[in-house]
Structure formats: C-alpha cells, structure tokens
Design a protein around this ligand. Structure first.
Ligand code: FE
Length: 229
C-alpha cells in the first residue's frame, strides 16, 4: 500500500471543543465532515488518548471552530501539540462559550458550530463522533485554512495522535540545503522560507537563528532541532 495516496485527500483545519462538568478543553483536528443536511449532522475523528475525547464522551457535545488561512502556527500548535492535562490552553487564546457552555475560538475562527453526539464508531485508535448540529454562527469573513495550505505554505506539522499522521521523512524533499526538524512536534525549519511569524527573513540559515528563537508551532528551543539529511 502506498500511504502517500492519503496525501491526496483534502481537509480543512479546525479546533474541536468539549466540556466535562465544569472543565473545558479543545484540540486541533483536520477530520471534520458534514454527513447530512436534514437535520444537519457532522462527523469528527478524535484520538482516544486525547483529553478532548474524554470530555466529548462525558459531556455528549462538541464544538467545531473553523480556522482561517491566516491562523498562526502558534495557535494551531497550542491546541494541537499541547495537552489540556498540562496546559491551560484557554489562558492563551480568546474564546467564548455556547449556550451549553462549550468553548469555541474567537480569533482566526471564521465560524463555529455546536453539535450533540448522536452516534459513535470505534475506529481503533480513534472514535468517530457523529453530531447533530445544535447551533452555528459565522464570526467573520475569510478563507478557511486547508490542511494542504497548513503543511505546504505554513510548513505546519502533525502530532502522532492525528489520524493523518505519517512519518515526517515521507514528506521531506531532497534539496541540498539542510533542513532542521523539531524533535518535539515535527515542524521543519526551512531556510528558504525562514520563519515569518518569528520575524526570521527567508534565506536565514538555521545556525544564524537567534539563541532565543523557538519553534513556531510548539515553542521548543533551538536545541530540540536536529539536522535532516
Ligand atoms: Fe516544535
């Protein structure tokens, strides 16, 4: 089987929110799809290890925040590479809550919806939740982020718990200029593009990055990067 076939599927990029009693959590996900329109139902695939999974099971609802194309890597990284078990994600991101008290993201979110879980499918490492949409609102106009844009243009990475995760090496190119890979999240520093969000201009070699530069996705220091051949 050629796993690169999976790269031909197109996706968006979303933040999935959930609530368990008075606790809230949210995580990045790319697998959201509308299943039917009357009533409106959507499905999302969530890794069983994630705290958001526990909260969806417990609370019976989830939200979807639809991210725009200008979403910074740091926001995606905050919700995608840090666990709510260790980090209070909402202390670093603007959010509001639905009538049922579930969180959704305000900044860089084009719209949100809230859904009530009406079905679950065990998919091994993941659970596919089917949700009937109970509320939905446009927050701002803009272009939605696609997963391809995130990976190719923004140089974003994918945590091992994502359904679409594949070993980083599969996607690395064989250009002569060495690239440096974040050991923590898999983000690749490419000197051709630099790091626009960290004000690093294109053409800056990794060695010339300031000592206090950090991974734009997960915040790891330079010492967590390894040269990729
Ligand atoms: Fe990183």
């Amino acid at each position: 089987m050629d796993s690169k076939v999976m790269h031909k599927i197109s996706y968006g990029l979303y933040i999935i929110g959930a609530k368990k009693n008075d606790l809230i959590n949210a995580q990045t996900a790319n697998t959201v799809v509308q299943i039917s329109s009357d009533p409106v139902t959507v499905a999302v695939s969530i890794n069983k290890q994630n705290l958001t999974h526990e909260y969806i099971i417990s609370g019976g609802y989830f939200t979807v925040s639809i991210l725009d194309q200008n979403t910074p890597l740091s926001l995606i990284g905050l919700f995608g590479f840090k666990s709510g078990r260790e980090t209070d994600k909402f202390s670093e991101a603007a959010y509001s809550t639905t009538v049922n008290g579930l969180p959704y993201i305000i900044d860089h979110s084009l719209a949100y919806m809230e859904a009530k879980v009406i079905g679950k499918l065990d998919a091994g490492t993941h659970t596919i939740f089917l949700g009937q949409v109970t509320d939905a609102e446009i927050l701002q106009e803009g272009e939605p982020m696609t997963y391809a844009f995130y990976r190719q243009i923004k140089r974003g990475s994918t945590p091992p718990t994502a359904p679409t995760y594949q070993a980083i090496k599969e996607e690395s190119s064989d250009k002569k200029v060495p690239k440096y890979v974040c050991n923590v999240c898999g983000y690749i520093y490419d000197q051709e593009t630099g790091d626009p969000e960290g004000n690093i201009p294109p053409g800056t070699p990794f060695a010339d990055l300031p000592a206090d530069w950090v991974c734009p996705v997960c915040g790891a220091g330079k010492d967590k990067f390894v040269k990729e051949n």
